[in-house]
Design a protein around this ligand. Sequence first.
Ligand code: BGC
Length: 815
Amino acid sequence: MKYKELIQKMTLEEKASLMSGKDFWQSENIDRLGIPSMFLADGPHGIRKQAAAADHLGLNESIPATCYPTAATVANSWNEELVEKMGQYLGKEAVAQKVNVLLGPGINMKRNPLCGRNFEYYSEDPYLAGKMAAGLIRGIQSNGVSACVKHFAVNNQEERRMVIDTIVDERTLREIYLTAFEIAIKEGKTKTVMSSYNMLNGTHTNENMHLMREILRDEWGFDGVVVTDWGGNNDRVQGLLAGNELEMPTTNGETDREIIEAIKNGEIAEEVLDECVDRLLELIFTTEEVFGKPHHDFDETDHHQMAQNVAEESIVLLKNEENVLPLKKDKKVAVIGDFAEEARYQGAGSSIVNPTKLSHTVDCLDDSGIKIIGYEPGFERYGKKNKKKIEKACELARQADVVLLYIGLDEVTEAEGLDRQNMQIPANQVDLLNELYEVNPNIVAVLSCGSAVEMPWIDKVKGLVHGYLSGQAGAKAILNVITGKVNPSGKLAETYPLHYEDTPSYHYFPGKEVSVEYREGPYIGYRYYDTADVPVLFPFGYGLSYTTFSYSNLCVNQDGVTFNITNTGKLAGMEVAQLYVRCTSKSIFRPNKELKGFKKVFLNPGETKTVTISFDDKTFRYFNIKTNQWEIEMGQYEMLIGASSSDIRLKDTINIQGTEAPLPYSNEQLPSYYSGKVNSVSKKEFEQLLGRKVPESKWDRSKPLGYNDTIAQCQYAKGGFARFAYHLINFTYWFLRKIGKRSTANLIMMSVYHMPFRGVARMTGGIINMPMLDGILMIVNGHFFKGVNHFLKERKKMIKQSKIEIGQSEVIKEM
Ligand code: BGC
């Protein structure tokens, strides 16, 4: 232990006190030993340091910081160096704001397009997500502060996010849901990991020995700190045993006392606590060091420009019929759509950044060089169809050569804590598009949203520029693509299915009661569409350019692949070449092809460059559940070089020596997995894959409600008061939506409806402790008077206890 001497000087109480926050954002300090507190702040695409009122929902304002494009956007750049540079900029701002730990990147897999936080995550592919995350982490940490990769792990739905039990088989867990974390930890060398709210195969992630000890620490060698997601702690003693150092936010010492108690009664060896303290001290001292050096404020203009650069490389051109783009200088252009006036540039929830400045399209038009004839909103962001607005927009469109139509999802639809209800953009926007099409079919749509949407209207637009959520400088970046100042080079980091019903987890998402079963196994995103031969709207890895590229001369050897790319068009541009690997053997089921490498190259017109993509430890591996380790199957592998997952330009094969492990599966028992047609896997077959029975996924309504049941479950509580509260919450939600207060309504769902009872204690900073919560639960379970009595008694005890503690801490301070 590096800090053995210092730890020896600490009392048990002091050591335990470091294991939880001192308030909402800071860790505890011990002044007499020179241990400062750390500041942890969101994350991930800008700093959200709250100076005054604190919350984890993005409600109260934070100190202004640059709002970079969100992860879903940045992933489209497929540019690790660019992301690393963005990380450097983020880290610099963290230093300027004295933030020790920046709570990002978020790298959960996009298992389903409706997950409410997809805008904050990189991709449906673990390799791409891992590489992006590693780049960002390296950049952030190059400043001396810490990144915090989150949410570890399999946190792929927002519904009941704090209690849902994810049931997933070991191979899928390793290959799909953990690989990005593995890359972020081994290659990015993140100093901090945030455990997720959910449970994994029956255990809370921060208490899960397999995840936290066997995989994270023992296999991957992670020696940093694990922090809980805010309010995510369930059983503090189990968490500590699994190596979870820091619980956030404060519980006013309640869980520290649980640790002390567990050490005194021998449940935890003091060495376990000492090791946790040691790792935490390392994080505190190494990140604090940088604040001691003379530090410079960041240059807001330079950082705004960086946000623009990242956006420019991340915008995806999805359609360009008749080369409608880039816009010709002489064309008369009508700008239509509310999003042009009020940019949609980030998502809602804990990642909300208070931008240093914000560009809106209508304010950037004068400098764009476009011949603008006017602007009309055309629709109300949160309203119903507005005939007057449509008429005015059509009037303007009639006089134009081209209509630039700004549409997308609103801020309330893509939010932390809530999954989307469908994959559509609002009907009033589609109504507008339909009517505009009747008067002027030269429509270029500019889409702003952070997740995949259905596009039944796609035939009505000639051009489609997808800006995703492009940050505070996004509007300018998009205009630069539209005018051709920037040649688009983004490619989709997720598949766009034709219909939501086509998605592999359609029948298994979200888990609504106890658990969510990942019956589709490893077939998420393109791994499914490609293997099961399901047509899609836009494939993974797809994106157009204003120039064209040709691929040639593929050479494959034991170390990797080499090939040439030539820019065959008239403009300079960048191409993202993708390496997919396909195993020709059918002995072990696998996706038809998997991404194993990529390179982004810049080419002048006519220029050819040789591209090399090296193999790594992930190129041929699969996780064998019989040997419980990574293995390589001996056989022939196809090396596919593509401009997207479905546009394979070059192909060759290579024979690989395997590790000769026993075959893990039998073909007859897993027909859906062998065919890849996994959208309706039977329970029996899923159990075959899992190797055990699936737990009951429905609530047991006969049982009294406990710590891990949610407020929503009050619907069947024994206590009439609880049932009344449930109906009241539902009514309030409905009413708020009715009067147009959708974001407040969302808040109720997120912070009340889906909150487990234990959250009442974990998130109130010690105002309500667990024994008081027992009183509340008695009321909920039908023992009203007993419960009230218990609650009041425990409250009295708590007040008395905190007076004693204040006295004690004063004595320690004087020591
Ligand atoms: C989110 C985390 C975030 C934390 C602190 C939680 O609700 O899940 O991503 O870092 O709050 O704001």
